[in-house]
Design a protein. Structure first.
Length: 188
């Protein structure tokens, strides 16, 4: 029983740290923080909310390629904001790989790293053998379009570019949760 209580306390601590130190607004040119609830460069039709068109962005991938979210219209897109220091983020990465492998033709995974340097992210991805797309958001520009209270923060975007599901945090078997969400977005 003590072991279970310790595990629960540990999970609560990790989630609290993720919420407190997750993806936040970046500093603007005046040195002030951009408010987390503001969404620069987002149109009325685009909001990081269920039922709205996902705000478009360009991201440099660890592979060296640059992609735009809108490049993937016609496919379901799984966006996950994460960092290598975030325990719940790291714990769900194998489930994200499994998800990517389960839907190779219908799903695009974009794991957006929150503000870490490219060499650190590359080493983490390489050491763990992950093959899905990993984007670098070192300056927080994408995070500004998708403000959240913490990480991991996941969005499922349908083939029309509409956000169908969001998740904040992760615990346990996330593959089953994400698989169901992807199937819903695919209409399966």
């Amino acid at each position: 029983m003590k072991k279970r209580v310790k595990s629960i306390v540990f999970i609560i601590i990790i989630l609290t740290v993720a919420v407190l130190f997750g993806c936040k607004g970046k500093e603007n040119n005046s040195g002030n923080k951009t408010p987390e609830n503001s969404m620069p460069d987002v149109t009325e039709e685009e909001k990081a909310e269920i039922g709205y068109t996902a705000p478009d962005f360009s991201v440099a991938l660890v592979s060296g390629k640059t992609v735009k979210l809108s490049d993937f219209r016609g496919k379901v897109v799984f966006i996950n904001f994460w960092a290598s220091w975030c325990g719940p983020c790291v714990n769900e990465m194998p489930d994200i790989q499994k998800l990517s492998d389960a839907f190779p033709d219908d799903l695009v995974v974009l794991a957006i790293n929150c503000s870490e340097k490219k060499d650190k992210v590359e080493k983490f991805i390489s050491d763990n053998g992950y093959t899905f797309n990993v984007g670098l958001d070192e300056d927080g520009a994408i995070q500004d379009k998708y403000p959240t209270m913490g990480i991991p923060y996941t969005l499922i975007i349908d083939a029309k570019g509409i956000i169908s599901t969001t998740h904040l945090g992760a615990s346990g078997d996330m593959f089953s949760v994400y698989e169901a969400d992807v199937k819903d977005a695919l209409g399966k």
